[in-house]
Design a protein around this ligand. Structure first.
Ligand code: HEM
Length: 306
């Protein structure tokens, strides 16, 4: 098998293929939930490399909320099926962005049903429910926050107007997922994160989770992979504010970030883009959303449904 073929196979083994016609095709002209071909969401989420780089930071910031950490620690299969968890989480982002309106709505409703069943008590005695709109808002927000920061840093500078538009597009999905309010602008995001900081903390469960994804826990990995996981975690967290890096103990001197973390991310981004320049779901969705209908008279009409 060629180098390219091996790389594609390795990446798809981790993230999945995401080429289901039942999700991404059909319904000619349907733009889906996130704004369609001209949206910032389509531009950013079409870039698998950006989702790769931002993924760990998004998950760790979600888990910085002790209620979310308790729910995942006690009721998630991340220890036994880590890659399936990663595929499902990525799949959620791709399906709600590029899926048909019907398929995306179905995915959101099925995940809502899973969350409805997830209840318990944190180690400090506070009850949690994954269907809680406040918790859903926090988990939702961490994803576009990390993803747009990565895209802005490694692909192209986004204007505040573009970031606002992206957050507004993603807010539709956040509310359908059960959050009553999510930030729809950079100003609202900054204010919301400031208000959430007192609720965030690292506890034994978070330390155990970070050990697990670092290959220092139940998951035994070789030395080279441990180094790779250390780089991935520290590079991803370098997208987050200094206070968040201090919270997780991943803060490093600026010179190390510039000389090691960012180049490592850039190399990873180049490898992913070389292997998978465009996800199949994006191609399927684009041809669906820009479906051209040939009128019997021979004229062409763009059938975009707005
Ligand atoms: C908008 C916010 C959220 C999104 C987008 C999200 C996304 C997901 C997705 C895609 C799944 C996978 C379903 C599957 O296996 O097919 C899932 C499962 C799960 N979520 Fe969430 N989630 C959110 C909020 C939360 C919150 C607030 C909690 C905890 C308090 C939580 C805890 C869990 C747990 C424990 C599972 C089951 C995982 C497993 O079966 O391994 N989630 N979530």
């Amino acid at each position: 098998m060629s180098l390219h073929g091996r790389l594609v196979a390795q990446i798809e083994a981790i993230v999945g293929r995401h080429d289901e016609p039942a999700i991404y095709s059909g319904d000619p002209g349907d733009p889906g939930l996130a704004g369609g071909p001209g949206s910032i969401s389509w531009e950013i989420h079409a870039d698998l490399a950006t989702l790769f780089v931002a993924g760990t930071a998004a998950i760790l910031m979600e888990l910085a909320h002790p209620s979310v950490m308790a729910g995942v620690f006690e009721q998630s299969s991340y220890r036994t099926k880590p890659e399936q968890r990663a595929r499902n989480t990525l799949g959620y982002i791709l399906r709600t962005t590029f899926g048909t309106t019907r398929a995306a709505t179905r995915v959101i409703e099925s995940v809502r049903a899973i969350h409805e069943r997830i209840r318990g008590t944190r180690p400090d005695g506070i009850p949690y429910h994954a269907g809680d709109p406040e918790l859903l808002a926090w988990v939702h927000t961490c994803i576009p926050w990390a993803v747009m920061t990565a895209y802005d840093r490694y692909t192209r500078r986004l204007s505040t107007e573009e970031k606002d538009r992206y957050l507004r597009e993603q807010a539709v999905i956040g509310r359908m997922g059960g959050a009553t309010w999510v930030p729809e602008s950079v100003a609202q995001l900054d204010d919301y994160v400031r208000r959430m900081r007192p609720h965030l903390a690292i506890n034994e469960q978070t330390v155990s989770f970070v050990d697990f994804i670092s290959g220092n826990g139940e998951l035994v990995v070789g030395r080279a992979e441990k180094v790779q996981r250390w780089l991935t975690l520290h590079a991803s967290m370098s997208l987050m504010p200094a206070w968040a890096q201090r919270l997780f103990g991943t803060q490093l001197p600026g010179v190390v970030e510039r000389a090691l973390l960012r180049p490592s991310d850039r190399l990873g981004i180049r490898v992913v883009r070389y292997a998978i320049p465009e996800l199949l779901c994006v191609q399927l969705a684009r041809s669906r959303a820009t479906h051209v209908v040939v009128e019997p008279t021979g004229t062409h009409r763009l059938s975009l449904v707005r």
